[in-house]
Design a protein around this ligand. Structure first.
Ligand code: HEM
Ligand code: HEM
Length: 272
């Protein structure tokens, strides 16, 4: 599953590239024996710090680059793969940058925020890999807008048919009428569409006079169709809403990291 998702993009290309990079940087760290000990202020420390800072700017720029990676499969999927593995690699690169020296200061605040962003990123990546396949429209199925149109059309037809089929049908159609599933996080507080009570509908059908049965059957078929379209729309909208909520955590944390990083760089240049 992970292999087919963005993390395993092109046979784990970006995992391999970042692992090679981290190993090379580790080797550099071990070989380098600066006078005064390893820290962010040696030439190697500066090089690794600048690398990490540029990587963070690049990772944040992703907010502009991305948007709907599955629909433009290939390109953005590759970017997201690099995004994830580079973010994880930084967890090792930054301690190498500062010679594993941490304290209660703005420098360590930047590192701590980076770790939190990365952890939230890992959580989100798992959510994407697990949830994205559930969104049929990502797999070339029916899009949410088409589902909405279908539900509206069915509701119109049901609204016309139901009153001519008696009170029981009218009640059944009302109780299975789906909510208004718009885009947005509101869906997380809405309940799932109610499944039609097939036994009740069957009884209602058999109580209809022979001549009206075809109309009753058509109505039952439409109620069933509306239910499955509404369930699909509901499930997909919920997945999208959950991912949206997660982005609202990951992205502001990334912004806070950028601010702390700017403070760190200003602090080391002006206040040392
Ligand atoms: C342009 C990029 C960067 C430059 C020029 C830079 C510079 C420095 C310098 C000169 C030090 C040594 C400070 C001292 O010993 O007093 C240092 C330490 C440190 N840097 Fe950076 N840095 C950069 C990027 C980063 C990044 C991206 C992070 C993490 C997100 C980071 C986290 C730290 C930490 C945790 C320390 C150790 C602070 C301590 O000893 O308490 N740095 N950095
Ligand atoms: C320092 C590390 C990181 C930074 C600064 C960062 C920053 C960002 C930003 C700014 C976005 C775009 C948010 C938006 O849509 O507005 C994003 C999206 C994302 N990031 Fe990160 N990220 C980092 C690490 C990671 C890691 C380690 C992973 C996974 C292992 C990850 C997974 C994701 C995913 C799955 C998305 C959503 C892509 C989409 O919506 O299509 N991130 N990240």
């Amino acid at each position: 599953m992970i292999q087919s998702g963005f993390l395993g993009h092109r046979n784990f290309l970006w995992l391999k590239v970042n692992a090679a990079l981290v190993l090379a940087m580790l080797a550099g760290y071990v070989v380098d024996q600066p006078i005064g000990g390893r820290n962010g202020g040696t030439w190697l420390g500066y090089a690794y710090g600048i690398f990490a800072a540029l990587a963070i700017v690049y990772l944040t720029w992703f907010a502009i680059r991305k948007r709907s990676y599955y629909s433009t499969a290939g390109t953005v999927k590759g970017w997201l793969s690099l995004h994830s593995w580079l973010g994880i690699a930084l967890i090792i690169v930054v301690p190498l940058h500062c010679g594993f020296s941490f304290g209660l200061n703005v420098h360590t605040l930047a590192f701590a925020l980076m770790v939190i962003v990365t952890l939230s990123g890992i959580w989100g990546a798992f959510a994407y890999v697990a949830l994205a396949p559930r969104i049929e429209s990502h797999r070339g199925g029916v899009k949410a807008n088409e589902l909405r149109e279908k539900i509206e059309r069915l509701s119109r037809e049901i609204g016309e048919l139901a009153p001519t089929c008696g009170e029981e049908f009218e009640r059944a159609q009302k109780s299975t009428k789906p909510g208004d599933y718009r885009n947005g996080v509101k869906i997380l507080f809405q309940s799932r569409p109610q499944e039609p009570d097939r036994a009740l509908l069957g009884r209602a059908l058999s109580s209809l006079p022979e001549a009206e049965r075809p109309r009753g059957e058509a109505l039952i078929a439409r109620i069933g169709e509306r239910y499955s379209a509404a369930s699909q729309l509901y499930d997909e909208s919920r997945v999208l809403a959950m991912l949206r909520v997660w982005i609202f955590i990951h992205a502001p944390l990334a912004a806070a990291l950028l601010a702390a990083l700017a403070a760190h760089i200003i602090a080391v240049f002006y206040f040392r």
